[in-house]
Design a protein around this ligand. Structure first.
Ligand SMILES: Cc1cc2nc3c(=O)[nH]c(=O)nc-3n(C[C@H](O)[C@H](O)[C@H](O)COP(=O)(O)OP(=O)(O)OC[C@H]3O[C@@H](n4cnc5c(N)ncnc54)[C@H](O)[C@@H]3O)c2cc1C
Length: 605
């Protein structure tokens, strides 16, 4: 069978959804119904398919008397809380308006396109023409007219930091409005692995691992070349255990019974949400938020300006509906900025660090455009550390997506090699060290090697089966019975690779890595099948942002507090120095998110 690239899949689905033919190559949808021909949809349950972000989705479109009465998703691996939310909203829109002329849900564009293609595919099976349905009267999601526009605290950005701030403030009895510019909540937090550095966590205790907040703070400061603010770092290091418990007991988040060893940390201390994904956190926090009276989440509402009252306090937010283009003002008594970083804003990246141009792809959400930085600086907030931009070392060389199968490295079960078949760096070193080392290899590219034992031990390939299949379809990952076969696929020097693996296995026996001084227990790679994948660094995290103090208050150029304005999460800088250690953002966003919420409550009075 001809290999169909991921891009081809997406293009096919996209063209279909946007008005092209809905006959999807490679799909053989099954259908049941009375099979009438003509342009009216025949009664029945018609099954169609589309290619989403995480593989094929299968949808059953139920038709009665020519109208769509129900749409059932039969198969989908779209991200929880993102793709499935978009699909639910579009289903309702289609049924209510009997049209396929609808917009995709922002933040879940690929899932939306795949879903629309699948419904169209089903309609074609029914004897109707999907293209006719796409020409029907256009329908859009509508704003909830009962939406409040005044509250005590306005929070901007419904990612991890925003939910932490909003839930904390609402639990304190305040009226809270949480504004989100996309059609779905979650931001980078949903895309993330959700792994969180927590010294003294329950798994460390069970395994007898000694650790402390002081040790985490020392690692973070060292990992950021001592450019981070020690006071802010201490707040994170001392607050993260409590934040993890808040996520568990207030949020209802579930965790894996395992830890990851992130580069630059001195001990294994990072807890993992269920399914190795931050969407576990967002789905649960969103649900929790929905049950707290006084907390309203307003989606598709982009904050554009911060407004000060006569006394100079920031109290209100101007915003624009992304559905209608209408302007709104949300009035409150305090404002929390939780809009995330600027990894997807190439102009902003280049303005502060010319090396971070468009040639470097990004792992981040399209929403990570630095809006908080723009709004804050417009009213005099100080920006700090803006030049420090982190690349993640092991990303999809074609799309920039962070590769979760490569967490095999963080499980201490994989080695990094180059085209010449040699190791070139200590696999658990800092992200900037790894990224710089990869850039110096042939083709500015490198490869990860592990074997079936590692795959079985971690279950990572099952957890990220969609990613695996996607990479395999494009030849970016290979599974082979022999090392030579796997090496040949990428043109890696197979003879040298065998020597490298033999040497590694020898080091494992001796418990010592004389080449790069590997910091964790080493596991031999002895016996196939073998897996190799290629990767490149991509922009991942922006260490700079709004200057805050330990109360999450935003400071101006003179170091004075801007009254009423708080910031938390990636939008706030000076915590990670030149380089963030993996899993420290989760420790940060939930700790400072909760502080920002509590301090905003106190300010609101
Ligand atoms: C693929 C990936 C994997 C990662 N894995 C990890 C990990 O395992 N552990 C870890 O610690 N860190 C990880 N990170 C980093 C971490 O996910 C982020 O730093 C963190 O989620 C940022 O949280 P936040 O709440 O500050 O911002 P976000 O989660 O990005 O939320 C910001 C929200 O604000 C909204 N917004 C932006 N502008 C506006 C506006 N003008 N008006 C209204 N809303 C707006 C956005 O749409 C978004 O929903 C990862 C990042 C990525 C991209």
């Amino acid at each position: 069978m001809e290999r169909m690239s991921r891009r081809t899949f997406i293009t096919a689905a996209g063209a279909a959804a946007l008005g092209g033919t809905l006959a999807l190559a490679g799909c053989a949808p099954s259908a049941s119904g009375n099979g009438k021909s003509g342009t009216t949809a025949a009664d029945g349950a018609w099954v169609g398919t589309g290619m989403g972000k995480h593989g094929e989705i299968e949808v059953e479109t139920v038709v009665k008397d020519g109208a769509i009465t129900r749409i059932n998703v039969l198969k989908s691996r779209e991200t929880q809380g993102m793709g499935d939310t978009a699909i639910d909203e579009l289903s309702q829109l289609i049924i209510d308006n009997q049209t396929l002329s609808v917009d995709t849900v922002s933040g879940a564009t690929l899932s939306s396109m795949a879903f629309l293609a699948a419904v169209g595919d089903g309609l074609n099976q029914s004897g109707a023409k999907a293209t006719d349905w796409q020409k029907r009267t256009h329908a859009t999601l509508s704003l909830d007219e009962s939406m409040p526009t005044s509250a005590d605290v306005i929070v901007i950005g419904a990612g991890g930091a925003g939910f932490a701030a909003a839930i904390t403030a609402a639990n304190a009895g305040k009226k809270v409005i949480l504004l989100e510019k996309m059609g779905i909540v979650g931001g980078d937090t949903s895309l993330s692995g959700g792994e969180m550095a927590v010294p003294g966590n329950w798994i460390q205790k069970k395994n007898g691992v000694a650790d402390s907040p002081e040790q985490l703070a020392a690692d973070m400061l060292k990992g950021g070349d001592y450019k981070g603010d020690p006071e802010l770092v201490n707040v994170i290091a001392n607050g993260t255990l409590d934040s993890s418990q808040w996520l568990t007991f207030e949020g209802g988040v579930s965790w894996e019974h395992d830890l990851l060893f992130f580069g630059g940390h001195s001990v294994k201390r990072s807890i993992i949400p269920k399914g190795h994904t931050g969407s576990e956190m967002i789905v649960k926090l969103n649900k929790r938020a929905g049950r707290i009276s006084g907390l309203t989440v307003v989606k598709n509402m982009r904050a554009t300006d911060l407004v000060k009252d006569k006394s100079g306090s920031v109290t209100s937010v101007k915003a624009e509906s992304q559905l209608t283009g209408d302007s709104y003002t949300f009035t409150g008594k305090a404002v929390v900025l939780a809009c995330g970083g600027f990894g997807s804003n190439v102009d902003m990246r280049v303005k502060y660090n010319p090396d971070m141009d468009a040639k470097i792809l990004s792992t981040d959400s399209v929403a990570a455009t630095g809006d908080g930085v723009t709004m804050g600086s417009a009213i005099g907030a100080n920006l700090i550390d803006m030049q420090y931009i982190q690349t993640y070392p092991t990303c999809d060389p074609e799309s920039g997506s962070l590769l979760y199968v490569d967490d095999m490295r963080l499980e201490s079960l994989a080695i990094m090699i180059n085209k010449e078949g040699k190791r070139f760096v200590e696999e658990l070193d800092r992200r900037d060290v790894l990224s710089n080392a990869i850039k110096k290899q042939t083709g500015s590219m490198a490869y990860m090697l592990w074997n079936q034992n590692a795959a079985d031990k971690t279950g990572l390939l099952e957890d990220h089966a969609d990613e695996y299949e996607n990479l395999e379809s494009r030849g970016i990952i290979i599974k082979a019975d022999t090392l030579a076969e796997a090496a040949d696929h990428f043109g890696i020097d197979a003879a040298q690779l065998q020597k490298t693996v033999d040497a590694w296995n020898g080091y494992c026996k001796e418990g010592k890595d004389p080449d790069f001084n590997y910091r964790d227990t080493m596991t031999p790679i002895d016996g196939g099948p073998y897996y190799i994948n290629s990767y490149k660094p991509a922009v991942h995290y922006t260490m700079g942002g709004l200057h805050i103090n330990t109360n999450a208050e935003v400071l101006d150029d003179a170091g004075a507090v801007i009254p009423g304005l708080f910031a938390a999460g990636e939008v706030a800088g000076h915590k990670m120095g030149t380089n963030r250690l993996g899993s420290c953002s989760m420790a940060d966003i939930y700790t400072f998110g909760r502080i920002a919420g509590a301090k905003a409550v106190a300010f609101a009075g």
